[in-house]
Design a protein around this ligand. Sequence first.
Ligand code: ADP
Ligand code: MG
Length: 505
Amino acid sequence: MSEYILEMKNITKEFPGVKALDNVNFKVKRGEIHCLVGENGSGKSTLMKVLSGFHVHGSYNGQIIFEGNEMKFKSIYDSEKVGIVTIYQELALIPELTIYENIFLGHEIENNGVIDWNKTILESSNMLKKLGYEMDTSKKVKELGVGLQQIVEIAKALSKNVKLLILDEPTSSLNETDSENLLRIVKDLKKHGITSILISHKLKEVLEVADTITILRDGLTITTIENKNITENDIVKYMVGREIEDIYPKRHHMIGEKLFEIKNWKAYDKKDGKYVVKSASFHVKKGEIVGIAGLIGAGRTELAHSIFGNPDDYVVSGELYFDGKLQKFKSTEDAIKAGIAYVSEDRKGNGLILDFDIKTNITIANLKKLIKNGVYVNENEEIIVSEKYRKSLKIKSHSIEQKVLNLSGGNQQKVQLAKWLFVSPKLLILDEPTRGIDVGAKHEIYTIMNKLVEEGMSIIMISSELPEVLGMSDRIYVMAGGKIVGELNSQEATQEKIMTMAVEY
Ligand code: ADP
Ligand code: MG
């Protein structure tokens, strides 16, 4: 028996105008966890779709050898029959159905042509138990959070007698606890002999779980290497194809006097009927990047929202000083007028209008700037401004007329940044500025942040990624349970110190 459960040889896959995969070779050892990494668009998902039969035999060139035999899948069903199961980036469960219905959907347990529901329910619970979860499987999937939905997907894979499990960016929408659970399960499955291919842009997690790592770039296999022989910096270098001495670029900036300060800040959430910010006092100086760290649910986003003037959602108390004056923002417009901008964590939800083009998204928050002599929207100016940002922020797109919907996550984030830069705020609040984007685009966003503070802007960065908080902040505040529980300067801060504050308040 070969050491390799899977060999993909010389795979080439073209779409109209794009060679997504160019002679890719990819070998996976039996029983290992093999991580596949690469920037957005490097071909990871396409390679896995070739493997799963989503892109059918004949639509690509090259060979797939699975357990020693050549495979010519005509559908996903064919690959699942031999034990290759993919969990896609977009979850494929049916929200209206129960957990057990979902787990056995498409391969129902039958008895004389009739579905055996008792057995279905029993087996579903067993699958979940194997994964360490005891739950009522008659719940509808829509009642579960994304974390549990992923678990149900894995249970579904187990029910199909999976030999090779493929997870395409499973943790990108999960919080830390759910991500850790998922990775624990993948490691557990390994103990039971199940081979996994894990696609992830979170290099920390890749380095934690991988036996072997393959790096793709622009549709080419750059290298396959054992985890123990590679560092995070090497991976980044292979991914982006250029030297990055440091993921976090150096900056040369002058920190000035206090620009912003809140004292005894409290925010009461009207909808939830409770205090989401119980006590927060902190300040930001001119030209400073202040990081706000904390666990999910610590109240960081609520803090930002309450500062940004959302009287419909929150009742706030305490003092807010901005630009030397005690201020009260009755609306977000007030906050914007004063010079504060907030880039939300949820790009798709409320940051951008996906159906509109780049140009409109960039200028929409500040159309005033485009009014000349009382005439609404100076279109020429709109084009010039958007082109300027498209170039300076390196927004990858064919033109400013392209719909934001079709951009990658990193480029959508840049459009959001451009939108608020056009407002030219004094204080920019960035909420999870690099969530879900690849390391090359992250580096570019950090570079933009540095340039802004060098020009005198101040930034509050809310982030759950501790390396990012440590790499980018001049000072760090830690939030827990709705309170700011500690402050650290960049020299003294470590991941351990932050975590200790975040959990022990
Ligand atoms: P990754 O998963 O690494 O982010 P993908 O495999 O999704 O990358 O995409 C690789 C390239 O192929 C990209 O340039 C993408 O735009 C293109 N591509 C992927 N799927 C399609 C498709 N169905 N039609 C056209 N182009 C596609
Ligand atoms: Mg992908």
